[in-house]
Design a protein around this ligand. Structure first.
Ligand code: AMP
Ligand code: MN
Ligand code: MN
Ligand code: MN
Length: 304
């Protein structure tokens, strides 16, 4: 399906809009990034300005388990098309998997209800981590999280707290020593099932994309199982390129998408401009064959 003319209309400022008409010849996409609505460091406004500066034509802000809303003062320029997005944490065979929803109706009741349950599980998890930290003599996590501008509290925020309080040198060390499954205050997640995430994205008129499949530390065989289950549950696409992916993994994911008849998506997974290796719009380019089954060619990309 072809996308045919540049945007002229301004999307509503209160919500990230979707499906504005654009040309396919000059597309530069970024369909995965985070603002401070979840664990990104910056405002949606910052992301939009950065996308424009980096000549991105299609941007999806995909915060964890929440809908990112725009400030009314943000002026959207013609030439940047905003795709409404979300990244849902979910469970697949006792593993934590992320599914990106694109072109969703950001006001769909069932989607909002699922996201609310996810955030309730996040808040409960933070309280359990707070209790574990208190037992180690570290106070104040719950208060720190309550004062953040985010809607979705994540382990990244807990890592920041541990760094700010001087208990860890950096985020990586905080994850390694405290927050990964073998960490001192690890608390089991309580996310929806992967199939439920895919279903609710579809119910909200969107397309479901398996986020960063190469980051789950799965064997080749298990990754195939995951992708097969994702496809069987109606998933639409795989993220075949993202920040820091190596060329071998990228090519493997492009081939996998093609062999499983899935579309291909891509995005930076940008969180923070101080992490100099990431930027909006920055990830290894998809090659031409992958562009043929690009997610923006999916018939559902436009229609609701
Ligand atoms: P949560 O959804 O609360 O489990 O937090 C997951 C978020 O933490 C991810 O979206 C990443 O941004 C971040 N994260 C996960 N693992 C690591 C790690 N090892 N080092 C740094 N950040 C991480
Ligand atoms: Mn994150
Ligand atoms: Mn993710
Ligand atoms: Mn992400």
């Amino acid at each position: 399906m072809h996308i045919n003319s540049f945007i002229t209309a301004k999307p509503p400022n209160s919500l990230i809009g979707f499906r504005f008409q654009v040309t396919s010849t000059s597309m530069k996409i970024d369909l995965h990034c985070h603002s401070y609505f979840s664990d990104g460091k910056h405002s949606p406004d910052f992301l939009i300005k950065r996308a424009i500066a980096n000549r991105v034509t299609h941007l999806a802000i995909t915060d964890h388990d929440c809908i990112t809303t725009l400030d009314n003062s943000i002026s959207l320029e013609p030439g940047l098309c905003l795709i409404s997005g979300v990244e849902i944490s979910c469970d697949w065979q006792a593993r934590e998997i992320h599914v990106v929803g694109l072109c969703i109706d950001p006001q769909h009741r069932e989607l909002l209800e699922l996201l609310e349950r996810q955030r309730a599980a996040r808040n409960a998890r933070i309280l359990q981590m707070d209790a574990k930290l208190k037992a180690l003599g570290i106070d104040g996590l719950a208060e720190y999280c309550a004062a953040l501008p985010c809607q979705s509290a994540t382990r990244s925020h807990v890592a920041d707290f541990l760094v700010v309080q001087g208990h860890c040198k950096n985020r990586q060390k905080a994850f390694k020593n405290f927050l990964t499954t073998r960490g001192r205050i690890y608390v089991q997640y309580d996310w929806c099932d992967m199939a439920a995430a895919i279903a609710v994205i579809h119910t909200a008129g969107g397309l479901a994309v398996l986020a960063h499949p190469g980051r789950y530390s799965l064997s080749k065989h298990r990754l195939e199982n995951l992708v097969d289950d994702f496809a069987a549950a109606g998933g639409d696409g795989l993220e075949a390129s993202y920040g820091n992916i190596d060329p071998v993994t990228k090519n493997k994911l492009c081939e996998m998408a093609s062999s499983k008849h899935l579309y291909v998506s891509a995005g930076s997974d940008f969180h923070d401009s101080e992490a100099h290796w990431t930027d909006i719009g920055k990830f290894p380019a998809l090659d031409q064959p992958a562009n043929k089954n690009a997610i923006w060619e999916h018939p559902g990309w436009h229609s609701r």
